[in-house]
Design a protein around this ligand. Structure first.
Ligand SMILES: Cc1ncc(COP(=O)(O)O)c(C=O)c1O
Length: 534
């Protein structure tokens, strides 16, 4: 299976109002250039193995047996060894503040390694067939080792909202095709190798989920949640060219990127401690610009805290401030929770029966596609403002990108068909249950944690050790880190993580001699378990 991975992951054995911070510097790079060696003393593989292009052959080359036959002087560690990076700086950090010579400085953002210095160089193939055979064997070994490292990294991933539990083996037969849905999903272009029939099937599914009739919606499968946001905000801007963009300061950075790209005036709205938009502040900011239409980004799950903005309260606030429905446009950024919320009992509903203009979701997050993708749905009436007919395509241009990944719709279609509403509902319930389990384990170990209702994002103190953070691939911001509990994250994995965190904390905090950080300003006094707040 080219698209699946060997599922050696554990089975789930159920045991049962703040300003945004913004300063950064480059991390210390852990530099090691990797050269590609072409061993001259190894036998070339048989001709069939040297032939590129077929999936069977690629799979055979991925077989680890091919790797074992490499010459002795081939040092695999120069290729794939993926050392965890060193701590970017050694000053002790407490409460987001680092102490240098007794003086406190705000903690800087730590950026990752410079991959350009560890890249796998591309070199020209040799004209000599024999050497080319060695090259094929070498490349196969690199890929095999890369695959191994992916398995390992997949096992220890906790921080980003990606569902890594899937099996798309059935789709490997389609890997030979250059499937491209360039242009409008509903208007077939002259390029025949497309998957529009799957794309529109998927779009229909999402339009039904968000309660918009087939003849009233337009949408497309995007490259990611960011593209959905860029499109949603663009549609809003086309509907209201002089509109002001409002977004909570905990919105994803793509929203502010859209404002910069489209040169829009943008008002950042404060948030509550939970991460939700503060509608009092929203009202105050709206009141200052009553003469201009409003374009609002509503978060259906913020990036860091998983907070869900109250869509109904946002609409009420607009109405109370004198904005009639023809003077505002709401884009709902549902990158992660857009597909979880409909399956959570009592959760507020995202629906086009409400005065919203567009909704977007990522396909590689909760859905679990192996490549970045997303879905964008808007009202058909809005799209005409944006689109242009293009003779060269024999289609219409209404998307952000030109060429569009035609494989992504197949993956989405396959998963939606396999799981259906009931399958997603089960997975959502499992994630919420496991997230509560994680929060419980952290707090009972004396580690303050926050879990928003309706969310599977567990927020807690940032680990003191960047190596630990990298091992578990945690996403951090300021003094906090989070784990996003996805369907592939089992109780066993959470136990391993918490056990290791507890062990490490003993070292970081000198067995109780040093104080663990106070995270009350991020997650609230009620959730913080520092010496002051427990
Ligand atoms: C709330 C929110 N919106 C948008 C995005 C962007 O999604 P993508 O990474 O698919 O571009 C993210 C990503 O984490 C997100 O959390």
């Amino acid at each position: 299976m080219l698209y699946g991975f060997d599922r050696d992951h554990e089975r789930n054995n159920e045991k049962s109002n703040r300003p945004c911070k913004n300063s950064f510097s480059l991390a210390q790079n852990h530099i090691r250039r990797v050269a590609i060696h072409f061993p001259s003393n190894s036998a070339p593989p048989p001709p069939s193995k040297a032939m590129a292009g077929s999936i069977d052959m690629m799979l055979r080359n991925l077989n680890l047996e091919t790797v074992e036959s490499l010459p002795e002087d081939f040092d695999p560690t120069t290729v794939i060894n993926d050392p965890l990076p060193p701590i970017a700086d050694n000053a002790p950090h407490i409460n987001g503040v680092k102490s240098i010579n007794g003086k406190e400085k705000p903690r800087e953002i730590i950026l990752g390694r410079n991959v350009h210095t560890t890249c796998l160089e591309v070199t020209e193939p040799d004209a000599d067939d024999e050497v080319t055979g060695e090259r094929e064997a070498y490349m196969a070994s690199v890929l095999a080792r890369y695959r191994k490292s992916l398995l390992e990294r997949t096992k220890h991933h906790l921080g980003y909202p990606y569902n890594l539990d899937f099996d798309y083996g059935a789709l490997s037969q389609l890997q030979h095709f250059s499937i491209n849905n360039l242009g409008d999903p509903f208007i077939e272009s002259n390029y025949g190798v497309h998957s529009r029939q799957f794309e529109v099937g998927v779009l229909d599914w999402f339009a039904r989920l968000w309660e918009l009739e087939k003849n009233e919606y337009w949408g497309y499968i995007t490259n990611c949640g960011t593209e959905g946001n860029l499109h949603g905000i663009l549609v809003g801007r086309e509907v209201f060219p002089d509109g002001i963009l409002y977004a909570s300061c905990e919105s994803h950075y793509s929203i502010f990127k859209a404002a910069r790209m489209y040169r829009m005036d943008c008002e950042k709205v404060n948030t509550l401690l939970s991460g939700e938009i503060d509608c009092e502040d929203f009202k105050a900011k709206l009141s200052l610009h009553k003469d201009k239409p409003a374009i609002i980004n509503v978060n259906i799950g913020t990036t860091v805290k998983g907070a869900v903005d109250d869509l109904d309260l946002v609409i009420k606030t607009l109405e109370e401030t004198g904005f009639t429905h023809d003077r505002f446009y709401i884009h709902c950024d549902g990158a992660l929770f857009g597909l979880m919320m409909p399956f959570v009992k009592l959760a507020p509903k995202v629906s086009f029966k409400k005065p919203i203009g567009s909704v977007s979701v990522s396909g590689h997050k909760f859905v679990g596609c192996p490549m970045p993708c997303g879905v964008q749905i808007t009202r058909l009436e809005h799209i005409n403002a944006l689109s242009r007919n293009v003779e060269y395509l024999a289609s219409r241009d209404a998307t952000i990108m030109g060429s569009r990944n035609g494989h992504a719709p197949l993956f989405l279609w396959y998963t939606l068909n396999r799981k259906g509403y009931r399958g997603f509902q089960k997975e959502v319930q499992k994630c919420l249950r496991n997230a509560h389990y994680l929060k419980g384990r952290l707090t009972s170990a004396g580690i303050g944690a926050m879990l928003n209702e309706l969310s599977s994002t567990v927020v807690f103190e940032r680990p003191q050790d960047e190596e630990f953070t990298r091992k578990w691939q945690l996403a951090c911001q300021g003094s906090i880190a989070h784990v996003v509990v996805m369907p592939n994250i089992t109780i066993d994995k959470l136990d391993d993580f918490v056990d290791e965190l507890i062990e490490k904390r003993v070292v970081w905090y000198g067995n109780g001699k040093l104080q663990s950080p106070c995270v009350a300003s991020d997650i609230g006094e009620g959730n913080c378990l520092c010496v002051l707040h427990k």
